[in-house]
Design a protein around this ligand. Structure first.
Ligand code: GLP
Length: 240
């Protein structure tokens, strides 16, 4: 696992975008793994900017997103599909048929199967991850074991509280989600995790201090990923 310490969140976003750009330049139909939350927004801004300047072509690129809240359709303004439309999909020349999103409003068991079938047939070329305050990646919450396949998950109380800032009130936050499991993440050719903000320091500190792969710290799966890079700004790094 590599560590890159940058001067700022903006620089972290640029570094992450450059890693994506490099993959896309070498493979026109790469499968790029995407994430939501506030952290990857800066990377999407950089990629959109590169696209507008004619530096990246997404016309053959395929995408897959890590997760979705159960019960929220793509047109719900708090769904991750909606987030992706707002921040990225509507701003670049991706083709709709090349976008894989879990449909949160559809039957969860069917969506799990559809997601697992997709991941079985398609290997991710690069996957960006944010990180929850408790070390979760996607919606793989701390537990006594890792789940390999895409699955439905009950969200941790801490995650519901942390994500309440995006909703009108905490009770509006869905209690469950469908997430890519550790198989999809760990078999990606490249994995990058971007973290910023003091709230992430305890989880990042634990990740950097040991090479134990511990399901109570889901991000620790990065220790066994073939090509993993953690990107943090110096303000966060100083707290670890
Ligand atoms: C959600 C997402 C994660 C994301 C996390 C952190 O729980 N499922 O993929 O990493 O939020 O979000 P933020 O980047 O806003 O701190």
């Amino acid at each position: 696992m590599k560590l890159i310490v940058t001067e700022s969140y903006e620089e972290s976003s640029r570094v992450a975008a450059d890693l994506y750009k490099n993959v896309i330049e070498h493979k026109r139909n790469a499968l790029i793994g995407l994430a939501t939350g506030s952290t990857p927004i800066g990377m999407y801004e950089c990629l959109v900017d590169d696209y507008k300047r004619g530096l990246i072509d997404f016309s053959e690129i395929r995408t897959v997103n890590l997760d979705e809240y159960e019960g929220l359709a793509r047109d719900h303004d708090q769904s991750f599909g909606y987030f992706m439309d707002q921040h990225f999909f509507s701003k670049v020349n991706l083709k709709e048929e090349n976008i894989f999103l879990v449909d949160g409003a559809a039957d969860a068991a069917k969506q799990e199967k559809r997601f697992n079938d997709f991941l079985k047939d398609n290997k991710i070329d690069i996957q960006i991850l944010g990180i929850g305050n408790n070390g979760h990646i996607g919606f793989n919450e701390p537990d006594s074991y890792f789940t390999a396949s895409a699955h439905k998950v009950e969200l941790a109380e801490e995650t519901i509280k942390a994500n309440a800032r995006f909703f009108e009130k905490e009770s509006d936050v869905p209690r469950s989600a469908i997430t890519m499991g550790m198989y999809g993440i760990a078999t990606a050719a490249k994995v990058i995790l971007v973290a910023t903000g003091a709230a992430k320091a305890p989880a990042i500190k634990k990740l950097l201090e040991s090479d134990h792969v511990d399901p109570q710290l889901p991000c620790s799966i990065l220790h066994i990923c073939e090509d993993a890079t953690v990107i943090v700004d110096k303000d966060l790094y100083e707290l670890t």
